[in-house]
Design a protein around this ligand. Structure first.
Ligand code: SF4
Ligand code: SF4
Length: 183
């Protein structure tokens, strides 16, 4: 196949190997067992997303991490399609926790590419403002009262802001670009 210069460069960048990538991922919480994956494919067989997306395949994602294909992995927004259903974790004979590994990849993506789905940014913003992932409407609060439920605990927005600063989430909230859908 003959590539134009820009296509060739793009190909080289996307397929660049980072030998330190596997170690970096396996140092993250929940991703410690990535080296144990022996490519049986059981995770992919049960994964609801891999049926609908050509890129999204937990077995292949595990292999790409092992091979150090960082750029190819992190440049694909399909990583955000994982539903966190945990089917892969329930079925893996090696105890590899792919759902947590995907979470680790998302965290690296946000840190390095400064990009995340719009809904995640919205949820972060809600937590900062209200202490809750979703904004609780007045109607819901009235319904709770009608049903005799206790008031919802009030959040401490100053403490939340401190946590956001300490974990660099404030910075991410300010600078991260967003996208609405994965094609
Ligand atoms: S089920 Fe476990 S060992 Fe098998 S491919 Fe998936 S992660 Fe690897
Ligand atoms: S947790 Fe994610 S990777 Fe695992 S089976 Fe569910 S959708 Fe697939």
């Amino acid at each position: 196949m003959v590539y134009s210069m820009s296509q060739k460069e793009e190909f080289e960048v996307v397929n660049r190997v980072d030998p330190a990538f596997k170690r970096a991922v396996s140092g993250m919480h929940g991703a410690e067992k990535i080296s144990l994956c022996f490519q049986c494919g059981t995770c992919t067989a049960g994964c609801p997303i891999s049926r609908f997306n050509d890129f999204y395949n937990p077995r292949r994602i595990a292999r790409m991490i092992q091979l150090g294909l960082k750029d190819r992995l992190l440049s694909n927004d399909a990583l955000w399609l994982c539903t966190t259903c945990y089917t892969c974790i329930d079925n893996c004979p090696q105890g590899v926790e792919m759902a947590y590994i995907i979470r680790a990849l998302r965290n690296i993506t946000v840190e390095e590419r400064k990009v995340m789905p719009t809904i995640y940014k919205q949820m972060l913003s809600n937590i900062l403002k209200t202490g809750y992932v979703y904004v609780i409407s007045e109607l819901r609060i009235k319904r709770r009262i009608q049903h005799g439920l206790p008031p919802l605990p009030k959040s401490d927005s100053k403490q939340i802001a401190k946590l956001f600063d300490a974990t660099h989430i404030s910075d991410i909230l300010e600078r991260a670009e967003t996208f609405d859908r994965v094609d």
